[in-house]
Design a protein around this ligand. Structure first.
Ligand code: ZN
Length: 393
């Protein structure tokens, strides 16, 4: 079969899976599970992949909800990974559309396998839990990288619904810090002079960070919440905590910023007489290094299904896909969902369970499948992508 016929066959096979994919995406949306709790979600995706001829290993890299699905199980050629994300946001369900991401990757792989059973190489779906950074030890992809699951991967793609259609682009590096202040309890009215108020430590820290804002560079983000502020108004809070995310465009400036924010906390502890413990609660998300060769392939196949790149992503968000782009040649595909709505909102939550959302998911599956096929059929392109990866910092 020539390339045009092969591509048509891939699109037809993915279209044949539309109903099944929509059912999976709907079911995931209906029962949103946050990072490392995606039990039902990963069961659905693994079931879909097994039914469609993939060999699935579950519970990998010490994460019960991570998985890796391959076809064929062993292959001589290169391995292309399509990454599945499927965690929900605490309190906001699938307001980031990860139900569409996980299903798109699984559907792309299944359609590709059906259309090209004798594929030259290996199709891998990597099931990556806990992309959303708000929870403990977040960053499933980082843990998969550390455990060697990307060692035999030659290139990786992911799709994400976005406010505009884009390939590659930029994200920030992110670190999550937790600040635990320790005081001394006392009756808040009876003998407050005997107490040390841990909440005052947290409040002073926020004041310090807000003063620091004048002196940080454009594009840097510092944002925190109080995670514990005491137990009752009539007790001087013995313990109080805050969690902050810090984001900059590179690791060096991130560590410098972390030092300054830490100093705000230390100053607050001194001023209030509280004890302080600081710990990192999620893995360090690296900024994206999009592979230009893979970006070109994604754009070409985007055009092939009648879509156009609308702009370049320059968001201040962060993703553990950034770490993947610094491990293997990789590129993200963003497809516009809705008109002017952004992820992590109620509007995006609704759009992720709409007919438009499912249409975007099918487009994502097709572009990724066609791009994976192109890479597997042209060793030169893959070589070029690897050269580019090795030569850029
Ligand atoms: Zn997301």
């Amino acid at each position: 079969m020539d390339n045009i016929k092969l591509n048509k066959a891939v699109i037809t096979e993915i279209d044949n899976l539309a109903e099944e994919m929509r059912a999976v995406a709907r079911a995931i949306h209906k029962k949103p599970e946050t990072g490392y709790q995606e039990y039902e979600t990963s069961r659905l995706l693994c079931g879909f992949l097994e039914k469609n001829g993939f060999k699935v290993k579950r519970g990998i890299a010490g994460m019960e909800t991570a998985f890796v699905a391959s076809y064929p199980e062993t292959a001589k050629g290169p391995a292309i990974a399509l990454l599945a994300e499927y965690d929900a946001l605490p309190g906001l369900g699938h307001g980031c559309g990860h139900n569409l991401i996980g299903t798109a990757s699984a559907g792309a792989a299944a359609g590709l396998r059906k259309a090209v059973p004798e594929i030259k190489g290996k199709i891998v779906v990597m099931g990556c839990p806990a992309e959303e950074a708000g929870i403990d030890d977040a960053g499933g992809k980082i843990r998969l990288i550390k455990k060697g699951y990307f060692k035999d991967i030659d290139a990786a793609f992911i799709f994400h619904p976005f406010p505009m259609t884009t390939v590659g682009g930029e994200t920030t590096t992110l670190i999550g810090l937790e600040f635990n202040f320790r005081g001394k309890s006392a009756h808040a009215a009876g003998n407050p002079w005997d107490g040390v108020n841990a909440l005052d430590g947290v409040l002073q820290m926020f004041n310090g960070v807000n003063a620091l804002r004048q002196h940080i560079r454009d594009g840097v983000r510092v944002h925190g919440i109080v995670t514990h502020g005491g137990d009752a108004p009539n007790i001087v809070p013995e313990k109080a905590s805050a969690r902050f995310f810090l984001r900059t465009d590179n690791k060096e400036s991130l560590l410098e910023l972390a030092g300054k924010v830490r100093a705000c906390a230390e100053g607050a502890a001194t001023a209030t007489g509280t004890g302080l413990k600081v710990n990192t609660f999620c893995n360090l998300y690296d900024s994206m290094k999009s592979n230009p060769v893979l970006a070109g392939i994604l754009e070409k196949n985007l055009n092939a299904i009648g879509l156009r790149v609308e702009g370049r992503k320059k968001g201040k968000g962060s993703t553990d896909f950034g770490n993947v782009t610094r491990t293997v040649p990789a590129c993200e595909l963003g497809l516009r969902l809705g008109n002017g709505i952004v992820p992590h909102t109620r509007e995006f939550l609704r759009a992720s369970n709409s007919e438009e959302g499912f249409r975007v998911m099918m487009q994502g599956a097709k572009v990724m499948a066609l791009s994976a096929l192109e890479l597997l059929s042209s060793p030169d392109l893959l070589l070029k992508a690897k050269k580019e990866f090795n030569s850029s910092p």
